[in-house]
Design a protein around this ligand. Sequence first.
Ligand SMILES: N[C@@H](CCC(=O)N[C@@H](CS)C(=O)NCC(=O)O)C(=O)O
Length: 204
Amino acid sequence: MVTLYGSAFSTFTWSARLALTEKGVPYEMAAAKLRTPEWGLMHPYQRMPVLDHDGFRVFEAAAVMNYVDEAFEGPALKPADAHGRARMWQWASAFSDYVAPSAVRGVLIPRFVLAARGIAVDDAAVHAAAAKAHTMLEPFEAALGTSSYLAGEKPSIADYLLLPVVATGGQLEGADQYSHGLPSLNAWRKRMAARPSFAACLPR
Ligand SMILES: N[C@@H](CCC(=O)N[C@@H](CS)C(=O)NCC(=O)O)C(=O)O
């Protein structure tokens, strides 16, 4: 049995759900009880998602997606060749280290989580973080100008990691939109959003 602990509104949980859905793995969702001692036993950094498969637990979205790919039958979520896999992990790491800090913590959380809770948002700081996220996405734009997906001609873990952030960023206004002025990233977003997994995993 597979249980994914997290929230449908968490982009990293969304990425894990995309992997499970693309792989065709049945799973159930459970809430992550963040900032409790019990959750600290599930996730030592008090984040989500965490995947539980028959008692085996793994945290970190990319590790979860890789586990799903390797533990279950179904379409491959990684390229078959070493070059392709190197590209995939390169972009997955670049996303986590260079894009996510500004894009998720600097923009999506204040705009969509704090604002919904009525917490005041510093607009200037959010615009600055969006500009930084945009700059960090420019190398992704260059890569997507030469191949349909980040690691070649098929979507892989790197694409499923990036998609929720770019899709949520699509709801931002004007120049804050992550794919604003990045036409290859925008075309990629549309290709990814046309996959049945996108509609199946949309937060609701
Ligand atoms: N590096 C982690 C990042 C996970 C992460 O930051 N998750 C966010 C939700 S999208 C979270 O748990 N936020 C709760 C908090 O920071 O209190 C991963 O890849 O899973």
